[in-house]
Write a protein that binds this ligand. Structure first.
Ligand SMILES: NC(=O)c1ccc[n+]([C@@H]2O[C@H](COP(=O)([O-])OP(=O)(O)OC[C@H]3O[C@@H](n4cnc5c(N)ncnc54)[C@H](O)[C@@H]3O)[C@@H](O)[C@H]2O)c1
Length: 252
């Protein structure tokens, strides 16, 4: 029997990077997948690729910054597959390393909307369904910036710190209902997240020396293995935890 046989997983930001790697691994392990991304073409291509390998998937465009679209997404998952066993809040964006006095308010709003408000909406909307079955695993993709103060700019750092708080609060409040909620905190991972960044020169100058100690970059497939562990019964006692995946960077 595969690890996630007959489980339904909703994965946000699945067209690239970690979301894509998590989707591929979960499909291989028997899960049925509702995949979403801003990039409709790429996420649909992933659906077709997963289907061609014999797994079930449905891909849709959804902007995690738009509460109405998130509502439709969760409803679509329940209507299509009947339940949601695993929620992976993966979609996230960087913030161009702006210190607080330089961050444009629209950048602040966008980063908080995608990285924090999106997960808030998916979590509040999947919980009634999970509660009805007294079962569920919520996996939030945080960052070492969930614990550390200056691995990115003010907006990203604030969003990922808050996501940690939301994770721990949810973990404890639903612990007796069979629902677990954990955070993965990656360090640097080879994905597309930095490709469109135009770093603020001051923020970049202050933040980048801290990157010199990074032992190595991670791969998205390494994060996917942690997500599989958290989604599965192998982690039944793990709740409210952060699994840091940074090759030892923050151990220094
Ligand atoms: N790559 C890293 O070094 C790193 C480190 C720590 C944490 N993270 C976190 O990991 C998660 C995944 O990032 P990644 O590195 O795989 O990035 P990525 O840019 O490679 O992939 C992110 C995906 O999310 C999608 N997305 C972006 N905004 C969206 C929105 N509003 N609605 C729906 N989809 C949206 C993108 O289109 C993309 O397909 C993010 O939450 C990120 O903050 C990344």
């Amino acid at each position: 029997m595969k690890t996630l046989q007959n489980k339904v997983a909703l994965i946000t930001g699945a067209a690239a990077g970690m979301g894509l790697a998590i989707a591929r691994l979960f499909a291989k392990e028997g899960a049925k997948l509702l995949l979403c991304d801003l990039d409709e073409e790429r996420v649909r291509a992933l659906q077709h690729s997963i289907e061609s390998e014999g797994a079930e998937a449905l891909a849709v465009r959804c902007d995690m910054a738009e509460a109405k679209e998130v509502e439709q997404l969760v409803q679509l998952c329940i209507d299509t597959f009947g339940s949601i066993d695993v929620l992976v809040n993966n979609a996230g964006i960087m913030d161009d390393f702006f210190p607080v006095d330089r961050v444009p308010p629209e950048t602040w709003k966008k980063v908080i909307d995608v990285n924090l408000n999106g997960p808030f909406h998916t979590m509040r909307l999947v919980l009634p369904e999970m509660l009805s079955r007294k079962s569920g695993s919520i996996i939030n993709i945080g960052s070492i910036g969930s614990h550390q103060g200056a691995r990115a700019g003010a907006a990203y750092t604030a969003s990922k710190h808050a996501l940690l708080g939301l994770t721990q609060n949810t973990a404890f409040l639903y612990a007796k209902d069979g629902i677990r909620c954990n955070l993965i905190a990656p360090g640097g991972v080879n994905t597309e997240i930095g490709l469109k960044m135009k770093p603020d020169p001051l923020g970049y100058e202050r933040i980048m020396p801290g990157a010199a100690n990074m032992p190595r970059m991670g791969e998205a497939t390494e994060i996917a293995q942690i997500a599989l562990f958290l989604a599965s019964e192998a982690s039944s006692l793990v709740n409210g935890a952060t699994i840091t995946a940074d090759a030892g960077w923050t151990a220094f």
